[in-house]
Design a protein around this ligand. Structure first.
Ligand SMILES: Nc1ncnc2c1ncn2[C@@H]1O[C@H](COP(=O)(O)OP(=O)(O)OP(=O)(O)O)[C@@H](O)[C@H]1O
Length: 225
């Protein structure tokens, strides 16, 4: 089943004479449960494409259907609904420093779902255990290592069982073993939940987790696998 379908997508930054095209005629389909890595040189447009897919930026030209909804021309309400069905993991994990690991995970559930406090607490603790942080549930981000923070971010992205995970350089700040552990956890949890992962990375050490690798250069896609 197709979860993402992009056709003839173009994107521009700036206006009038400063207008610069950064994405050129992007066409891509991604299927349920696939792990796809998007890689390519710095400045080639990967983050721009990921943010369009994640409904974080307005689609200007072409068609982008994600999770059954057309994002081109979608109103803010629809964009919000789509964002709720996506888990985001970024290089800077964006944990709130004044909340513990559990509270960071739990808060995302309380924002998303109609769920009572006790249930949210249990689910948050269960997913932190799954990422190997059962001993760090009540720690604040400042007292966690980089890899542990990134695992909290993964737990937070996955706790609501999103159909899609979008990850931008999730291992960039990590040493190679920790980076490896983090993607292995993402892969395992996503496979268990039937979730699709689109991961932007420069990190050659993690390319093997992908079912498919898509290469981007100068705003264009080339399929090398
Ligand atoms: N808000 C913006 N305004 C103007 N130009 C932008 C903006 N964001 C990105 N760009 C330009 O768009 C192009 C693509 O940037 P993008 O961040 O998508 O590339 P990337 O492949 O993700 O790079 P990196 O791997 O370094 O993160 C670059 O030329 C960049 O300078």
């Amino acid at each position: 089943m197709e979860v993402l379908s992009i056709s003839n997508l173009n994107h521009y930054f700036g206006k009038t004479s400063l207008k610069k095209q950064v994405l050129f005629d992007i066409n891509i389909s991604i299927y349920a449960g696939e792990i796809v890595i998007l890689t390519g040189p710095s400045g080639s447009g990967k983050t721009t494409l990921l943010s369009l897919i994640g409904a974080l930026r307005t689609v200007q030209e072409g068609s982008l259907r994600n999770l059954g909804e057309e994002l081109k021309g979608a109103n803010e309400d629809k964009l919000v609904q789509i964002r709720r069905r996506i888990g985001y993991i970024f290089q800077a994990h964006n944990l709130l420093p004044f909340l513990t690991a559990r509270q960071n995970v739990q808060m995302s559930m309380e924002l998303h779902d109609k769920i009572n406090y006790r249930e949210a607490q249990d689910k948050s603790e269960a997913i932190l255990k799954e990422v190997g942080l059962e001993h760090r549930v009540n720690y604040y981000p400042d007292s966690l290592s980089g890899g542990q923070k990134q695992r909290v971010a993964i737990a937070r992205a996955l706790v609501s069982h999103p159909k899609m995970i979008l990850a931008d350089e999730p291992t960039a700040a990590l040493d190679s073993q920790t980076g490896r552990d983090v993607v292995d956890i993402m892969q395992r949890l996503a496979k268990n939940n039937g979730c699709t992962i689109l991961l932007v990375t420069h990190d050659n050490r993690i390319l093997d987790v992908a079912d498919r690798i898509i290469y981007m250069e100068d705003g264009k896609l080339t399929n090398r696998s």
